[in-house]
Write a protein that binds this ligand. Structure first.
Ligand code: NDP
Length: 477
């Protein structure tokens, strides 16, 4: 049977674009449909604008540091519209690059929403039908909000880059990557940030000691973090709420609430611990769901899991042999570089005749909280469940912070197998921890032992040298 294309990719995010380009490079006839903007979550409303906001937010602390280092600087104020304009210009530029790369690879672009009609046919929202030998679904995910009264008044990370004004106060709900990163970003930009997390400590699943230090650092920098607390109700604030709010002190003696734009423009919130407050904005960072609604998946025979994710095997193949799925829509590991790898492995398997399973083991990652976190492998808690381990850990004030009179500490931690001496986990809380873990991650992925780390000469004076100079375990378990 003759198909219009060898491959039809649905979704122009990092995973879909990479798969389309690499498949086209093998000589395959490839098309890609994207309903919104090329680049997907990472480029348009995720990693890239988030990281630029991390950079922007870091300057407030740098003004203080600069003074400590002898510079005569006067702290200016942050101009959100100016930054936002620059940010969106940059995103437009990056989107243009994505389009150019696809064009240059000979991939046909459909600026349309696509859904499956059957295992080899895609139907576009303008009614056109296109057939393909293989279909790759790479439609990503979207933020989800809890089902509470008034939730529609809140925003998500999708909205944060387009706000007309920076709020003066914000309540962030959640304790995951997005909630904790934006708490630091907005705090650095001068917003009064309150964060509610329903659990005992933010960043569930990561190393406990690292989580504790990050939470402590965030609080020291000014984030009003409430653990074991959730939102139960919210509504538009009334004049009475606003005047009540102005008189209620918060912990630490800071003003209770700040609401912008005069009476009635704030959001009144009731928390599970009984606290009632008014905030300028409420942001939900309560997880993400796969974009599988209205995609015709079940009708085409593709299995969709309990959380809406597409169920795939280790080759990213669905139950329908001609249909594959990669990236966040499969809810395996929701990280851009993982989606890209899944896309490359798909092309290797399907277009290069070299079946390649995706390796999801030992993935390094960074959480751009302030302080920053870099991590790979098992947390101390998880490792102890698996085998006897030695824990090497060092926590100290780095020289640049100490000189500037800052109290923040950094942490370097290695989780080492007693039996094999292999480093099972490496966890870093420090400035540039993301950069450090990329490099330490190579050693861990290679199976380096503690003694391999020790054989490596320290680079002095750096923070990272602690990774190779920790002599005695702080505990065994
Ligand atoms: P996460 O799953 O990391 O966090 C969701 C948070 O919301 C958790 O703290 C969860 O609590 C809480 N939550 C869930 N439901 C509710 C509810 N009904 N009420 C209150 N709280 C709730 O999701 P994110 O949205 O932060 O991020 C999604 C994914 O995106 C991440 O898993 C990550 O893979 C990726 N990402 C990666 C980044 C990076 O690499 N730096 C940056 C941003 C995102 P609980 O823990 O109790 O379940």
């Amino acid at each position: 049977m003759a198909f219009d294309y060898d491959l039809f990719v649905i979704g122009g995010g990092s995973g879909g674009v990479r798969a389309a380009r690499v498949a086209a490079a093998t000589g395959a006839k490839v098309a890609l449909a994207e309903e919104y903007r090329m680049g997907g979550t990472c480029v348009i409303r995720g990693c890239v604008p988030k990281k630029l906001m991390v950079f922007a937010s870091g300057y407030s602390e740098m003004f203080d540091d600069a003074r400590a280092y002898g510079w005569d600087v006067t702290e200016g104020s942050f101009d959100w519209p100016k930054f936002r304009g620059h940010l969106h210009k940059e995103l437009d530029r990056l989107e243009g690059i994505y389009r150019k790369l696809l064009d240059g690879s000979g991939v046909a672009i459909f600026d349309a929403r696509a859904a499956l009609k059957d295992p080899h046919t895609v139907v576009l929202n303008d009614g056109r039908e296109v057939s393909a030998k293989h279909i790759l679904v790479a439609t990503g995910g979207r933020p989800v909000m809890p089902d509470i009264s008034g939730a529609e008044l809140g925003i998500t990370s999708n909205d944060i880059f387009n706000l007309d004004d920076m709020p003066r106060s914000i309540l962030i709900i959640g304790g995951g990557y997005i909630a904790s990163e934006f708490a630091g970003i907005l705090n650095g930009l001068g917003v009064k940030v309150t964060q509610f997390y329903r659990g005992a400590q933010i960043l569930r699943g990561f190393d406990g000691e690292a989580r504790g230090l990050i939470a402590e650092g965030m609080r020291e920098k000014g984030v009003d973090l409430h653990l074991g607390t959730n939102i139960v109700e919210m509504r538009a604030a009334t004049d009475a709420d606003m005047s009540d709010a102005m008189g209620t002190p918060m912990e630490g003696g800071k003003p209770a609430t700040v609401a912008s734009g005069g009476s009635g423009s704030g959001i009144w919130v009731k928390a599970s611990n009984g606290i009632e407050r008014v905030f300028d904005q409420v942001m939900f960072a309560t997880g993400r769901a796969a974009n599988t609604d209205g995609m015709g998946l079940e009708q085409a025979g593709v299995e969709v899991g309990r959380r809406g994710e597409i169920v795939v095997d280790e080759y990213s193949q669905t139950k329908v042999p001609s249909v594959y799925a990669i990236g966040d829509v499969t809810n395996r590991v929701q990280l851009t570089p993982v989606a890209i790898r899944e896309g490359m492995a798909f092309v290797e398997t399907v277009f290069k005749g070299n079946p390649t399973p995706v390796d999801h083991d030992l993935i390094p990652s960074a959480v751009f909280t302030q302080p920053e976190f870099g991590t790979i492998g098992l947390s101390e808690e998880d490792a102890r469940e698996v085998e006897p381990v030695e824990i090497y850990c060092s926590s100290f004030k780095p020289m640049n912070h100490a000189f500037a009179g800052r109290s923040d500490r950094v942490m370097m931690k290695l989780v080492v197998s007693k039996a094999t001496r292999k480093v099972l986990g490496c966890h870093i809380v420090a400035d540039h921890a993301g950069e450090m873990i990329q490099l330490a991650g190579i050693a861990v992925k290679m199976g380096a032992t503690k003694e391999d780390f020790d054989r490596t000469v320290a680079v002095h004076p750096t923070v990272a040298e602690e990774l190779v100079t920790m002599k005695e375990p702080v505990r065994t378990a």
